[in-house]
Design a binder for this molecule. Structure first.
Ligand code: HEM
Length: 476
């Protein structure tokens, strides 16, 4: 109780000091806004709105009251929110801004991921990942992704009347990632067991990233921490095996991302942190994209017909069981436009969190070193001045993006930390959509209204239950 009172007082004094410091020196004022109650600030109110899928309304009211550059207090930290394309540009490209890793995430994932790194160090570790994610690498992954998608639909969709799409897509993207990026084969019961252990622990671990980090017995955070410890042990086991294979000449650095990191001399603790981060970054996001693409195609028959037509044209030119090729993917222009339109309407990542590494000025305001910075994807992506009738699903907007102003469509973030997995996500999405639309018809199951919560990731009610039936003319 006494400790809480002392903390409360300390935070209140710190907030006062921030306000006084900025007004006493000859500097620009702090952004308008309010820090609210010490410690609590706007955290609970904003989190409540985000969980109820009303984050955009909450922010809209905030911007209407204080303008596009404002201050508030989020998770106990003084925070500036910058709205609009100039704010996005500043956050993504300023040298005095770096990613901020929330405490709960650092405790789950580790403190030495590429999100914690800057400059040469960041570039070096990022390059190790990009080696397996850039377009020429993705070209080599197409066959592997194709096999996983077919296997997955065979196991989880064929013969079923109803499918919960989001859980199914999470399984699919987890399996694709394990097979293609980490080369966890399906050749032995041991590697199947490792996959299944990782899947279980990661489901629990990701929940810990967005709960209040109270590590007390029986809190959900402590269960997530335990899952993180078990998941990390499993990754350490993979590193151990891969090192032996590398040292005995049974593998090479080009085989998979873990072996590559070992060969590059990254310390084991950093390999574990970055593998855990990669595993989290690589699968739920793409699963959300696929799920909401399926939902939007169900609700927009014209777009659905165009996607089916495009995919059937490609299927018609293939032999039965012939996998898709890189060239086939390049013909899926309308399907990818529909995927981008889905990312505009339902960005899997609501916002990116950054921090200032020096005092900065933006929009006529002073933002001190150490503050958090937030931008949100939907502020520009749902702006009617940039995307007319922003609530409508119109894939045609993305058929020619040459006139789209920069820093307005930002589902993959931007700047040096921009998502390196966007090409990989494109391959997974196009291959999965090809087989889903050419093999199945679907409609929302009765009682499933298609609503969803927006945070921490968009998640549809009942996981998006759809009734499915096979298409009569399966071509491959
Ligand atoms: C539709 C799918 C995806 C979306 C919407 C998405 C979105 C994002 C966003 C918004 C960021 C933060 C960027 C920033 O801070 O500016 C990010 C970072 C990252 N993403 Fe993705 N992502 C997706 C798929 C993937 C995939 C498939 C992978 C890997 C295979 C991946 C790996 C990463 C990594 C490693 C980072 C950290 C990059 C860094 O800090 O340098 N993502 N992603």
């Amino acid at each position: 109780m006494v400790a809480a009172a002392v903390t409360f007082l300390a935070v209140a004094l710190a907030s006062l000091r921030i306000l006084r410091t900025s007004s006493s020196k000859n500097m620009k004022p702090l952004p308008p806004g309010s820090f609210g109650l010490p410690l609590v600030g706007q955290t609970l109110s904003l989190l409540r709105a985000l969980r109820a899928n009303a984050g955009d309304d909450w922010l809209g009211r905030w911007f209407a009251t204080y303008g596009p550059v404002t201050r508030l207090s989020y998770f106990g930290c003084p925070t500036a929110i910058l709205a609009g394309a100039p704010g996005n540009k500043f956050i993504f490209s300023s040298a005095s801004v770096a990613p901020k890793v929330p405490a709960s995430m650092a405790m789950m994932v580790g403190r030495r991921t590429i999100r914690d790194m800057a400059g040469d160090e960041h570039r070096r570790v990022r390059a190790m990942m990009v080696q397996f994610l850039r377009p020429d690498a993705c070209k080599r992954h197409v066959a592997g992704v194709d096999a996983e998608v077919r296997r997955h639909l065979g196991d989880q969709w064929h013969g079923k009347a109803t499918v919960a799409v989001m859980p199914a897509m999470k399984d699919l993207t987890f399996d694709v990632m394990c097979t293609v990026l980490f080369r966890l084969g399906r050749d032995s019961s041991k590697s199947e067991a490792t996959r299944s252990e990782l899947a279980t622990e990661f489901q629990q671990l990701v929940k810990g990233i967005t709960v209040i980090p109270l590590n007390l017995p029986f809190t959900s955070f402590s269960k997530c921490l335990a899952a993180s410890r078990r998941g990390r042990r499993a990754v350490a086991g993979i590193i151990h095996e891969r090192r032996i294979k590398l040292e005995t000449g049974q593998s090479s650095a080009a085989d998979d991302v873990v072996t590559h990191m070992i060969a590059e001399g990254l310390p084991d603790a950093e390999i574990i942190d970055n593998v855990v981060l990669l595993m989290i970054a690589a699968h739920d996001t793409t699963a959300a994209l696929l799920t909401f693409l399926i939902r939007h195609l169900d609700a927009n028959r014209e777009a659905y017909d165009k996607v089916v037509h495009e995919q059937e044209e490609i299927a018609r030119c293939k032999e039965p069981d012939e996998p898709l090729s890189w060239e086939d993917l390049s013909k899926m222009r309308y399907t990818w436009a529909a995927a981008l339109e889905t990312l505009r309407l339902v960005p899997p990542v609501f916002s990116v969190l950054r921090k200032t590494t020096a005092d900065i000025e933006f929009g006529g305001y002073h933002i001190p070193k150490g503050w958090q910075l937030i931008q949100t994807m939907s502020t520009t992506q749902m702006d009617a001045a940039i995307f007319p009738e922003p609530g409508r699903f119109v894939p045609e907007r993305f058929e020619d993006t040459s006139a789209m102003p920069p820093f307005c469509f930002i589902p993959f973030g931007g700047g040096p930390h921009v998502c390196p997995g966007n090409e990989f996500a494109r391959v997974e999405t196009l291959v999965a959509v090809h087989y889903i639309v050419t093999r199945f018809k679907w409609k929302l199951a009765s009682g499933c209204d298609g609503s969803y919560v927006g945070f921490p990731l968009p998640y549809p009610s009942q996981g998006l239950l759809v009734d499915i039936e096979p298409r009569h003319h399966q071509t491959n």
